[in-house]
Design a protein around this ligand. Structure first.
Ligand SMILES: *Cc1c(COP(=O)(O)O)cnc(C)c1O
Length: 422
């Protein structure tokens, strides 16, 4: 048997459980923002493992940190700890909110986004000692696939085959402050939000919603949980996406301070890790000894990887770089005929198309050497490595018109918007 992509794909189909459909390519190598498949073709990776490969592929700092840690000590049980575990918790408390987390804040390290949210859900259940049975989430929300995180996830196709899920969760209309005000009461334990709904198609919360959510939860003693699994770790140009969201009515420019923030995806730059960060003494003290745990959570190799991600983002100015590169890419994509609008922030963007041909357009782009994701029938998502250069980003913009034409979106070159204004 040879090692072509087709051979691997056939073997995959015989050996791997069919939860993901057929893989589009078999990838064997990566460097920076590029990956190569088993047949030697190169792709610009504008999806970054779905907002995971923050430093791109095979970044020397990440390789060195993981190698050194594994060579020193790769795993200890939770009866012990390691400097990497402690240092990462300290660093997360420094970056989770501008100026650092308040006294009493605490970090729980897990292995994934769904586990970070599972920890947050359990913490939320402890709030109110049984007097707060309700948890609010939004329509369109995606918080993961374990039973607890799934209970917070809105999509019927993900939930219904697995009923009954943990109870008490109610879904509110997206971005509707009046509906939130109606639902909020003293029996609510928490409101769980994504600053930008990623899986729902890169949908930012409307202006003012997050600040209203903070006021309403505070008024009723409920916790505000921000799922920054996809949006956090510099992706939108600030350490956390919520740092960049200002209250249009608040006068000041200081961002809201949530009670819990969850992270994963970019946190480990490709190594599996998640974090639930409880801000302040009230949230920080809700889970006590024996109430939660994990064998691999906090393992020093993933913690060392996350420390390398944080150090590299700081050293190389990648927050600013993500903001500038993302802005330029969003502006350029918005000018491509066939693109109706561009949603998102920094390097988490979706180009909304004038017709529901995102799947076909993504397939055409893949054939042309670009990895993007049809996050909705009419939207292409990009969530590339934060190291993506403006020159690399521009090659996607150049390739998009041909891909849209292949996908059947009729926008002959040179036509488009100009036609509407004779
Ligand atoms: C991806 C994602 C999750 C789930 O993370 P996993 O690591 O896949 O378990 C949770 N919340 C959001 C917002 C996500 O984008």
């Amino acid at each position: 048997m040879t090692d072509t992509g087709q051979d691997w794909t056939e073997r995959y189909r015989r050996a791997v459980m069919n939860t993901f459909g057929t893989p589009q390519r078999v990838l064997v190598r990566g460097e920076g923002a590029y990956v190569w498949d088993a047949d030697g073709a190169r792709y610009l990776d504008l999806l970054g493992g779905i907002a995971v490969n923050a430093l791109g592929h095979a970044h020397p700092a990440l390789v060195q940190a993981v190698t050194e840690q594994l060579g020193a000590v790769g795993h200890v049980s939770n009866f012990f700890t390691t400097p990497a575990h402690v240092r990462l918790a300290e660093r997360l408390l420094e970056i989770v909110t501008p100026g650092g987390a308040p006294d009493g804040s605490r970090v729980f390290l897990a292995n994934s986004g769904t586990e970070a949210n599972e920890a947050a859900f359990k913490l939320v259940r402890r709030h109110g000692d049984g007097t707060r049975p309700r948890v609010l989430a939004l329509e369109g929300a995606f918080h993961g696939r374990t039973m607890g995180a799934l209970a917070l996830t809105h999509k019927a196709a993900y939930r219904e085959p697995f009923a009954p899920l943990p109870g008490g969760v109610e879904f509110l209309p997206f971005g509707d402050v009046a509906a939130l005000a109606d639902a909020m009461d003293d029996d609510v334990a928490a409101l769980v939000l994504e600053p930008i709904q990623g899986e729902a198609g890169v949908r930012p919360l409307p202006a003012g919603y997050l600040a209203a959510a903070r006021r309403l939860t505070a008024d009723h003693g409920a916790l505000l949980v921000l799922d920054e699994v996809q949006t956090g770790m510099g992706r939108t140009g600030t350490w956390m996406a919520h740092h960049g969201i200002v209250d249009p009515d608040g006068g000041g420019t200081s961002p809201v301070v949530p009670d819990v923030v969850t992270l994963a995806k970019s946190l480990g730059g490709g190594m599996p890790i998640g974090a639930a960060i409880a801000l302040g003494g009230r949230a920080g003290g809700l889970l006590g000894p024996g109430q939660h745990g994990t064998t691999f959570g906090g393992n020093p190799v993933s913690a060392a990887a996350a420390l390398a991600v944080i150090e590299t983002i700081e050293r190389d100015g990648l927050l600013h770089h993500a903001a500038v590169t993302g802005k330029a890419l969003a502006d350029a994509l918005a000018g491509v005929p066939g693109v109706r609008t561009v949603r998102g922030s920094g390097l988490l963007l979706a180009a909304e198309l004038e017709a529901p041909v995102a799947k076909e357009a993504a397939a055409a782009l893949l054939d042309a050497g670009f990895i993007v994701n049809p996050v909705a029938p009419d939207a292409l998502r990009v969530a590339p490595p934060l190291i993506l250069t403006q020159e690399q980003a521009a090659t996607l913009v150049d390739a998009l018109p041909a891909a849209l034409a292949t996908a059947g979106l009729r926008t002959p070159p040179g036509a488009g918007r100009a036609e509407e204004t004779p």
